[in-house]
Design a protein around this ligand. Structure first.
Ligand SMILES: Cc1cc2nc3c(=O)[nH]c(=O)nc-3n(C[C@H](O)[C@H](O)[C@H](O)COP(=O)(O)OP(=O)(O)OC[C@H]3O[C@@H](n4cnc5c(N)ncnc54)[C@H](O)[C@@H]3O)c2cc1C
Length: 420
């Protein structure tokens, strides 16, 4: 049985069949719609209003590959014993020999911010479009140069990946956008303060106001009140303050980490759990020999992890089991890719000039070392060749050791900077 009909769930069903499983497959979903892709919800909020169906994106239909599909039947509980697994739903229990948990994550919205929207589902995207005055998306000619509706004011709370992406497309369509970030730099959770701060100038160039280092005190009807007393008028407020694993239904059945994730080993089996359970995608925090515990929130892991999980479940050898964490984003006029996991105490080195026009890349090295350093992560800005280099470097059994001088020379291909 597969619980969760997002990308990790759809890929799990397809992998079960691709790897030769011919038993019965049940797929439970919570949204009542066929699996679709989430990254376009923000990047193409206005220019692609219909969901990007995964049957098209993946070229295979997970619903057709399953025997029993219940898209509007959220799992409410799990029981595991020697005889199998049982998942409780409002329509009764579903039993199987094994379960793959793929319930992903849910957007966080602080309880007092009732007037704020979030963006995690296709239904959320529909509400946000309507609030911005584009209920059917952008029609040709809409936008700053066209016959646009009166500009609306959007306040985005949180300068993370999703907040910046929505700010980009909304501002391009003529919406008056302010992004408020409590920390002192955008993308600070993912990149740390030093590298995150290098992205701050992009906001103004994209026509977006950015306020960092200030907290939201209240979301009120028609306005956002900040901790410093400022009041920002708003026709729409988007809370883009992160997501949390959607694992409440597993309480009591599996141990959950403080952030709600399930700790899994390299094969997606819960640490200390039954062989009958696997957890994939955003719900899992995966152990990696190279990177330690890798949290969810990575589309690529949700896409590729299921092949590893299914191989383990079926007793096969996985081809590639320690995937490097990888996040991509298109925002504020830039193509971004983050490979690996920057550590809080890592040393940052730059490759290329953030003030120039040719793109640049940040490298993180584990503390210590001299002329050679252990590379932990790579953040490439408009540098597709460095994305390919990072992918190759972070595919080995251990973190690569680079000659720092060569690694920071943008004229030298990253893999050619390997030390020794
Ligand atoms: C707007 C947006 C933009 C993004 N952009 C990027 C990007 O550019 N790059 C990137 O790397 N990542 C991006 N992500 C993150 C990426 O989409 C996720 O990492 C990925 O979707 C995780 O897939 P998943 O299948 O684990 O979870 P989800 O996509 O969350 O799917 C889980 C599914 O399970 C269902 N479900 C939940 N609870 C239950 C239950 N109890 N029973 C049954 N079903 C349940 C949910 O309704 C959902 O359909 C973005 C996310 C969002 C929201």
């Amino acid at each position: 049985m597969v619980v969760g009909a997002g990308i990790a769930g759809a890929r799990t069903v397809l992998e079960l069949r691709a790897q030769g499983f011919d038993g019965r497959v049940t797929l439970l979903g919570a949204e009542g719609v066929a699996p679709y892709d989430r990254p376009p919800l923000s990047k193409h909020l206005l220019d692609r209003p219909a969901p990007a169906w995964l049957s098209d994106e993946l070229g295979a239909d997970a619903l057709a590959a399953a025997d029993d599909v219940r898209l509007g039947s959220p799992a409410a509980g799990l029981a595991v014993d020697d005889g199998g697994v049982r998942v409780g739903t409002a329509d009764g229990e579903v039993a199987a020999d094994a379960v793959v948990v793929a319930t992903g994550s849910a957007a966080v919205r602080p309880a007092a911010w009732e007037g704020a929207l979030t963006l995690h589902t296709a239904a959320d995207a529909e509400r946000l479009r309507a609030a911005l005055g584009f209920p059917h998306g952008l029609a040709p000619g809409d936008g700053p140069a066209g016959d646009a509706p009166a500009p609306r004011r959007l306040v985005v709370v949180g300068a993370g990946w999703v907040g910046a992406e929505v700010a980009t497309v909304a501002a391009a369509a003529g919406v008056d956008v302010t992004v408020v970030e409590a920390r002192r730099a955008p993308l600070m959770t993912a990149l740390g303060a030093e590298v995150g701060a290098l992205t701050a100038p992009w906001f103004a160039r994209a026509g977006v106001r950015l306020r960092t280092g200030v907290r939201v005190a209240a979301v009120e009807p028609g306005a956002v009140r900040l901790g410093d007393g400022a009041v920002l008028p708003a026709d729409a407020v988007l809370a883009a303050v992160g997501a949390r694993p959607a694992t409440g239904w597993l309480a009591g059945a599996l141990p959950l980490a403080p952030d709600g994730s399930v700790l899994v080993d390299e094969h997606h089996a819960p640490v200390g759990g039954s062989w009958r359970v696997r957890v994939v995608g955003d719900a899992a925090r995966r152990r990696s020999a190279r990177h330690g515990w890798v949290p969810g929130g990575h589309w690529d892991a949700a896409l590729r992890g299921p092949a590893v999980a299914v191989a383990g479940l079926l007793g096969r050898e996985a081809v590639e089991s320690d995937l490097a964490p990888y996040v991509f984003s298109t925002q504020l006029g830039h193509e971004l890719a983050l490979y690996g996991l920057p550590g809080e105490d890592d040393e940052v080195a730059l490759r290329g000039d953030p003030a120039g026009d040719d793109g640049w890349t940040a490298l993180w090295f584990a503390p210590g070392g001299g002329a050679a350093g252990t590379l932990t992560a790579v953040f490439a800005v408009d540098r597709p060749r460095d994305v390919g280099g990072a992918r190759r470097l972070l595919a080995g059994a251990a973190l690569p050791v680079l000659d720092r001088a060569r690694a920071t020379d943008p004229a030298i291909a990253l893999p050619k900077a390997l030390a020794g």
